[in-house]
Design a protein around this ligand. Sequence first.
Ligand SMILES: Cc1cc2nc3c(=O)[nH]c(=O)nc-3n(C[C@H](O)[C@H](O)[C@H](O)COP(=O)(O)OP(=O)(O)OC[C@H]3O[C@@H](n4cnc5c(N)ncnc54)[C@H](O)[C@@H]3O)c2cc1C
Length: 571
Amino acid sequence: MPDEPKNTAGEFTYDAIVIGSGISGGWAAKELCEQGLKTLVLERGRDVQHIKDYPTATMDPWEFKHRGEMTKAFLKENPLISRAAGYGEDDAHFFVKDKDHPYIQEKPFDWIRGYQVGGKSLTWGRACQRWSKYEFENPARFGYGIEWPIGYDDVAPWYSHVEKFIGVCGNKDGIEAMPDGEFLPPFDMNAVQGHISKKIKDNYPDRHLVHARWAHITEPKQIHIDQGRVKCMARNLCMRGCPFGGYFSSVSSTLPWAKKTGNLTIRPFSVVHSVIYDEKLGKATGVKVIDTNTKEEFVYKARIIFMNASALNTNLILLNSKSNRFPNGLGNDNGLLGKYIAFQNYRASVTADMDGFLDRYYFGRNPTELILANYRNLHKQETDYKGGFTTFMGAYRNRGPKETAEGEIGGAYKDSLTEPGGWSAYMYLQGETIPKASNYVRLSPDKKDQWGIPLLITSVEYDDNDERMIKDFLTQTADMFEKAGCTNIQKHENKQAPGLDIHEMGGVRMGKDPKTSLLNQWNQLHLCKNVFVTDGACMTTTGNQSPSILYMALTARAATYAVGEFKKGNI
Ligand SMILES: Cc1cc2nc3c(=O)[nH]c(=O)nc-3n(C[C@H](O)[C@H](O)[C@H](O)COP(=O)(O)OP(=O)(O)OC[C@H]3O[C@@H](n4cnc5c(N)ncnc54)[C@H](O)[C@@H]3O)c2cc1C
């Protein structure tokens, strides 16, 4: 990159470096660039440009060689990544293949990754509920986590800031377990969703089945039009990349916005090896980078470093950032770096059928679901497990009768598929898990990847608390379906490994006390103040709401603080 800025010593120098260009890195880039800092985004994967690099976005099912499915040979070679939600022939190019990026599973852990500009923001599910004050306060209050150094009131304005920019649809429902925000109108509830919501309310006054909040533009505001994004067309093909910019990704939104300031440089194919710490200065001075194609090594310098490589990769980079001062990884005097990894409990669901409503249908392919806000352990510890859970819900019409007299074969069966059939519904669990020192990641002492970076070892598992939560969820959810008049109610437990929830968090947690945490209330390493960690690695506890919008809010908040400190000359 010949036009890169250099200092008088001839070193590549920026005001700020952001490691990773996904959901949180895009937000760091936007805020830092908008507030005047020359910013370098380092991304290990290839470049992905909005629209141009969505090769399957407008393809019809019959245009795919395997009609959207993966071949048996591919599935055999890629058992891990092919388990990811929504993975298929149409979006496989946005996920890493198993063999390309190995890691060591001491216990089964499905690490789902998207290594490209945009990271997993291209393929995420887009659920965007706010955390409530209970999620910040209850872990310490009920004794299953340390105290967060911030609370809901600290992040509320930053949630608003993010929601307005990315576009989030939903209703203002006034539910204490799921605070309201700056919403665009939601998609319609269909007839069966509306019916079940009402029946739940009639039977359980404290349970609210409402529109979840989704990063979809249902009614564009000027700020979205200025980003070049328009209304969601309800195609529900989001994971291929949306040519309308109907849902939020960093490729369609934050990165091009940052680029417009003239302050952004993105360097794809650049895997960060480690952060460089200068003992005399007592701070980080830059990062060591390896070009993934040429294997050439570079050093990039900056006064501020934002770690946004996604939760486990940020742990990996910090553990690999060894110096005389920090022989066990940057900022790791207390030995807790890599520990207290947690995730969300996605092990259970309930399905059911609903008779009637055969004169009712719905418009388009609604890309959103409803949510039953957490109703457990809000005000007091009331169950035999800790933490709460959120329940996602959908209802849909099947295609035709399930089979014809001849079975699932022949012309009559095909004809029947052109007719709408009966209604089915589902609810699935998204539960809080308890962060524990025994759930951790560490570096392999001897095994390295193709760039000489140590492989990550994952040692993370579900526990009895999760099992008790599953039991309660299954009982309660089946009861709700029954009270709503559903039939054929089936409980499912999938026994999946942690990681497949794709909500892994922790390892570099925030806290009040440097003895028990790595980051302060501004996401700065306690022991190296110009390094900010604002992806999922910073999470003290997991809450029960989808986490990514919190990463965005924390990133915008920390970046604004960092710019203030930079301008005052404090970092
Ligand atoms: C199918 C699916 C559904 C999901 N649904 C939801 C949902 O509904 N709601 C929700 O809140 N979350 C959801 N998620 C999770 C969400 O995608 C992640 O929480 C979010 O993307 C994390 O943001 P991030 O910036 O930390 O990481 P990412 O978006 O993964 O970005 C990290 C980037 O860093 C790069 N990188 C990694 N290591 C290095 C390195 N050493 N050097 C340079 N670059 C590096 C990666 O290539 C990547 O581009 C879903 C994810 C998937 C895949």
